[in-house]
Design a protein around this ligand. Structure first.
Ligand SMILES: Cc1ncc(COP(=O)(O)O)c(C=O)c1O
Length: 471
């Protein structure tokens, strides 16, 4: 068989596929057991990693070896000792939907290149809008590749509404700005700068002792900007912030935006998922007054990266984002919900809707509610554990499954405590049996966990603290 036919051979695919699924199922059994055989992170420094793979790939081997090696050497989110960044261990079924999408490779830019996934995308957005409390008849939106892009996209829609429809053609006629908490994810700052607004275009609102935006300062900062000749067009609320998982008072931001006729965007990349939980959605009160919301299904809703919903309270706003014309793709009609590239940054796009919808279709939204409730409960348990131990400190009472904490043995200066915690984090990384991260809060080093694995229990949390105490 020639090489082309071999690469597309259905029987080879069947064989390789079965072997891979068997490998992955065994891997999951092991990863989710109480004593996984692999480290959570088999740490190698970047240059060493590069050399390692260069050497590995230089020697011919079987496809099975290749897959097995990648599996073994990667970071393992399905292990309960994975407590690091905000990416979730995807439910295996959604990964299968990803495989389906990968093989079909429907390009999605225009309707003809992905009809079913386009319709499912609209249904997923309708579901998301409804859960967020929007009027589903008015709301709309689409999926895009990550929270970073979703935030930029929503802010482009804000600009389109307030800077005039001709901004594409004529550029900016006046200096524009947005206001956002000093604790917001860096991608909001980046979005303002991508739009060419520069330093003056991003007004960082100070935070309170819980790292939430000081909404009492919004009016003063707004007036100050006006006096300096800068026109504020949007306020971005964080739900929640990345570092400490703090939720801004969305209702207060919404009221302010309403009073000043500003765009209200919520960066809910991590925490907007709480809308699926009856127990926890109250922290999002006011989100339904937002003009737009970004929500990552790959952070808190069990779906493989990247799957982000950007939802607009008024569907019409979602068409203002890119007023560029691409006649060869879209034809004459203006608002075509089904030609998704008209509104999303991407042209060709992954069939992301089927990854999230495979879970909704099979298990219903109770699955998302149970997941959110479980990981939130894990945040509460871990924080209580920290509080109960005299040598451990909480940076702030957590509002979700992001917990910042540190080991503070008596007698250490502030600097020595920072160094001690840096050392702990370094040792954990190099050891590989746990994965946690670190963050800087008020100039000091704190350890940070995001408990996205629903099977992380008090046992793993206690083991982690015990391990740290021995460093
Ligand atoms: C609050 C917040 N917004 C945006 C992002 C960026 O999202 P993504 O990594 O999907 O681009 C993150 C990522 O951690 C985040 O925490």
């Amino acid at each position: 068989m020639d090489i082309l036919h071999s690469a597309y051979n259905p029987e080879h695919f069947r064989e390789q596929g079965h072997a891979l699924i068997n490998l992955l199922a065994d891997y999951l059994t092991d990863a989710q057991s109480s004593r996984p055989s692999l480290p959570v992170i088999p740490w190698r420094a970047p240059d060493e990693q590069y050399e390692h793979w260069k050497n590995f790939l230089a020697v011919p081997g079987s496809t099975e070896d290749f897959f097995h090696k990648i599996l073994k050497d990667s970071i393992h989110l399905h292990q309960p000792r994975f407590m690091g960044h905000q990416v979730c261990p995807p439910a295996p079924l959604s990964a299968l939907a990803g495989l389906l999408g990968g093989l079909l490779n429907n390009g999605m830019a225009v309707y003809e290149m992905g009809g079913p996934a386009t319709a499912i995308e609209r249904l997923l957005i309708e579901k998301t809008a409804q859960v967020l409390g929007f009027d589903a008849r008015q709301a709309g939106g689409f999926l895009t590749s990550g929270g970073t892009l979703a935030n930029l996209t929503a802010l482009l829609a804000a600009r389109s509404r307030y800077a005039g429809a001709h901004v594409w053609k004529d550029g900016h006629q006046k200096p524009l700005a947005l206001m956002v908490s000093a604790e917001a994810h860096y991608c909001v700052d980046r979005a303002a700068r991508i739009m060419g607004w520069g330093d003056a275009g991003i007004i960082k609102v100070p935070v309170n002792e819980r790292f939430q935006m000081r909404t009492d300062l919004l009016e003063m900062l707004y007036r100050q900007a006006l006096e300096q000749g800068v026109e504020v067009i949007a306020v971005v609320g964080s739900a929640c912030s990345t570092s400490t998982g703090s939720f801004d008072d969305l209702a207060a931001i919404g009221r302010f935006c309403h009073s000043r006729n500003l765009w209200f965007h919520v960066d809910g990349a991590h925490g907007a998922a709480l809308a699926f939980s009856r127990q926890h959605r109250a922290v999002l009160a006011g989100i339904e007054t937002a003009d737009s919301v970004a929500l990552d299904y790959h952070k808190m809703l069990m779906t493989p990266a990247l799957t982000t919903a950007v939802v607009f309270r008024q569907d019409a706003d979602s068409y203002g984002t890119f007023s560029q014309q691409a006649q060869y793709l879209f034809g004459e009609t203006e608002r075509e919900w089904y030609n998704v590239a008209k509104r999303s940054f991407e042209c060709t796009k992954l069939m992301m809707s089927i990854k999230a919808y495979s879970l909704l279709y099979t298990y219903g939204e109770t699955l998302f509610e149970n997941y959110v409730d479980q990981v939130m409960e894990n945040g509460r348990i871990f924080a209580a554990m920290i509080e109960a131990q005299p040598q451990w400190e909480l940076a702030v009472q957590p509002q979700c499954n992001i917990v910042c904490f540190r080991h503070a043995p008596p007698g250490l200066s502030a600097e020595a405590t920072d160094e001690h915690n840096l050392r702990i984090r370094r040792r954990i990384l190099e050891d590989g049996r746990f994965y946690i991260v670190q963050t800087a809060i008020n100039g000091h080093t704190w350890l940070r966990v995001t408990l996205t694995n629903p099977f992380t229990s008090a046992v793993e949390m206690e083991d982690l603290l015990g391990f740290c105490e021995k460093i």
